[in-house]
Design a protein around this ligand. Sequence first.
Ligand SMILES: [Fe+2]
Ligand SMILES: [Fe+2]
Length: 141
Amino acid sequence: MTPGEAGLWRRMSAADRRHAVVVARRVDITLGPAATRPVLAAALLHDVGKVESGFGPVRRAAATVAGMVGGHDAAGRWRGRRGLVGRVGRYLCHDEVGAGLLAGAGSDALTIAWAREHHLSPERWTVDAEVGAALKAADDV
Ligand SMILES: [Fe+2]
Ligand SMILES: [Fe+2]
């Protein structure tokens, strides 16, 4: 990780870090030498945008329900609001929030792209299909 990425890593919750380490180990096993530093950083930091909401598991579940009702477009509007609504919006947009944080941390383009794309369907990925498939499979188990 770059120093900027390490700073973001330290802001992640223990549970999110444990999940991320599992994802990175699986990707490393699947891709072998193709698991480059930016790919492993993508595995470790794909959900980093969740730090901006500061939610624990209960409020995450509630935010997920709100997202199912309101949709991703509504979440985009909530994002800029203050208070709880804003935090729900930022949680639901953790893909875009994370991509912004990683760009600010000087991450590799692939690491940034995967944070933005990890909830999109494969035909919308800009990351290499094989790399994306390995990252997605490792995240979904
Ligand atoms: Fe995510
Ligand atoms: Fe994940």
